[in-house]
Ligand binder design. Sequence first.
Ligand code: RIB
Ligand code: CA
Length: 316
Amino acid sequence: MAKKIIIDCDPGQDDAVALLLAFASPDELELLGITTVCGNVPLALTQRNARMICDIGGQQHVPVFAGCAEPLQRKLQTAEAIHGPTGINGIDVFEPQTPLQNKHAADFIIDTLLAADAASITLVPTGPLTNIATAINKEPAILSRIERIVLMGGAMREGGNCTPSAEFNIFVDPQAADIVFRCGRPITAMGLDVTHQVLSTRDRVARIRALGNAVAIATADMLSFFDRYDTLKYASEGAPLHDPCTIAWLLRPDLFVARDCNISIETQSELTMGHTAIDFWHVTDRPANATWIYGVDAPGFYEFLISRLARFGRSA
Ligand code: RIB
Ligand code: CA
């Protein structure tokens, strides 16, 4: 039976590829809804971008919700330098057919989970955790309905990508991340240590483009824009495909290497705000609250991603 999921995102080119990978996997994943949050760009753009991707992926029936426009306590910091002013540069912006639902994203999460069986819905946040924390704060009873939270966020050996200590999703809303990592439900965390291993190199982008269907071409166009910042910053061969790692782990966990450990969030020091203190070697008695993903078969990841993107070109 397909796993019921809600994707909470801040598109963002890499969020967009995560959505497309989920769209291409209906036998394994039942996408109940897409909730959007401020992050890479302001909420007005992340919700519009999510609806554009639903149009591109032929998924106009998937309900899309707008959530929090600001972090719980801190001032929003966005990432137009990486994603472009539209948040989805690489493809032309258009007014999507996919409608925006009236309900707040946190209320959709609450209503959906309260109506669900115990441990039956997987949350897949790929942006700041503000919507998830807001839903937990507003209605703690949802926790028992969460099967697992599979999130993109954090960093260990890789260091931070927006401060020396912190990865963007956690840095934007450390208080929200602290609530999520303390919530007591199973968590799988994909940080920069693994996402920086899945680089969208020119060869890989060319192979995606060669698929020839509209979704693959849009994906190649987005990645061709998205990679310019990271290739300069890290002198890498392409941009890390952060967010699709969450969906790929749900579909092919065999591609990844994991370790259960404690992950705690810095919420006091401005110097290290949003740092994920990952007790990889179990040097403290802090209980393991997450499965930390730190390795991946990168060629296998791209073979899998390409095989799923190829599905958009096949007639139903
Ligand atoms: O640090 C990378 C993360 O921040 C990704 O989710 C990217 O989309 C941005 O949200
Ligand atoms: Ca994201």
